[in-house]
Ligand binder design. Structure first.
Ligand SMILES: *Cc1c(COP(=O)(O)O)cnc(C)c1O
Length: 376
């Protein structure tokens, strides 16, 4: 169901054909099936519209963090296999099975919980075994995975569809950690071979693995951020051509002249050295636009780059356009392109002292999202 139409001048624009482009290029780069990661509202792009689009593009599998996200996708008519990547929580396990969601099993105890829930529902649980190869988050340590793997293979109520691990340092092409993790992962997978069982789908590569470590591509890859056209880290190499799918835009809603020396916004932290023109933009940290960009970030107006001045408020912030002109309702680009200029999510993250992931997933539901197929 389409959301109620909002006339709010602030909006997120998602270019679906850029997702198509990115998925296609990732696919041809890795040559194996793709599990598209759509957790956290598809990295701020909108969970259901993105998942439906990727499904229409023939994506093999989706990954989410929490069972609630998986249920939302099933209720929206998504039919491709969905793996819930997060650790399971006892009382929720039956929901995985009733909604046809694949379970991450990260310990012997969790395996027993999945079995018990499957037996109670009367339907087998489809599981992926989680091996910890160095992230120390969830998963059975690779060096003690043998009894865990054997118990899962012997389970009457669980079908082992996959086995996976998560890379801690793949964003950095120079880190030796990734190949060490790969080696540990393959040692764990060898227990399956030795047990004479068919090898389940082995998956290891996040965006960093996709970009930098072909050895980690194995049977399936799990790209998140690169699928949205954003690189995971300043050290990352763009070995796959991708286009950013999200823009964040607003409009000028107020124009005035601020006299030299008169401070702007809360705390009076910034004042112009000469009389200057200042416009107000109706978006703030209440939308997830980081307050850390106060007097640090830039925006685009009329194809020019201008600084955010003074503190970002909950719902508004101010921009110094100096002697230039701007009119009410002029478009303001916070992330995206205008004229020949571009502000990337990576640059916004850098200015805010964080990573692009946090910028994208922080953009909340107060901002309406629109899905377009051509640049407006
Ligand atoms: C979030 C996540 C991914 C995707 O990570 P990116 O760095 O965005 O590619 C892959 N696998 C797991 C287990 C995750 O939690």
């Amino acid at each position: 169901m389409p959301p109620a139409v909002s006339e709010r001048p602030t909006r997120i624009r998602v270019q679906l054909e850029h997702l198509t482009f990115n998925l296609r290029n990732i696919r041809s780069h890795v040559g194996v099936p793709v599990m598209a990661i759509v957790k956290a509202n598809a990295y701020g792009h909108g969970l259901v519209p993105v998942a439906l689009h990727l499904q229409a593009q023939g994506v093999e599998q989706l990954g989410v963090a929490f069972v609630e996200e998986g249920i939302a996708l099933r209720q929206a008519g998504v039919t491709v296999p969905i793996l819930v990547l997060g650790g399971i929580f006892g009382p929720q396990v039956a929901q995985f099975i009733t909604h046809d969601l694949e379970i991450t099993v990260s310990s012997l105890d969790k395996l027993r919980q999945a079995e018990a829930a499957a037996e109670a529902v009367g339907r087998k649980a489809v599981i992926h075994l989680k091996v910890d190869t160095g992230m120390e988050r969830i998963g059975v340590h690779s060096y003690s995975a043998k009894p865990f793997i054997e118990a899962a293979l012997a389970s009457r109520w669980c079908v082992v569809k996959g086995i996976y691990s998560h890379l801690a340092c793949a964003d950095d092409p120079a880190s030796p950690m990734t190949l060490l993790q790969l080696e540990r992962f393959l040692e764990a997978c060898a227990h399956i071979e030795r047990a004479g069982a068919p090898m389940p789908i082995r998956h290891l590569a996040n965006s960093g693995g996709v970009l930098h470590f072909p050895q980690t591509h194995l049977d399936m890859v799990r790209p998140g951020i690169v699928l949205y056209g954003v690189l995971p880290d300043p050290a990352a190499r763009a070995t796959v051509a991708v286009k950013p799918a999200l823009s964040l835009v607003s409009k000028v809603v107020y124009f005035k002249v601020v006299k030299a020396g008169n401070p702007v916004s809360y705390g009076a932290t910034w004042a112009p050295s000469h009389d200057t023109r200042v416009v107000t933009v109706p978006i703030g940290y209440g939308d997830g636009f980081p307050r850390a960009l106060s007097s640090r970030g830039d925006v685009l107006v009329r194809g020019q780059r201008y600084p955010i001045v003074g503190r970002i408020c909950m719902d508004q912030f101010m921009v110094d356009i100096d002697h230039d002109s701007a009119w009410n309702e002029d478009e303001v680009v916070l992330i995206g392109a205008q004229g020949g200029e571009r502000i990337t999510a990576e640059a916004v993250a850098q200015a805010a002292g964080t990573i692009p992931y946090e910028i994208l997933v922080g953009l909340n539901d107060r901002i309406p999202r629109e899905y377009v197929s051509v640049e407006p």
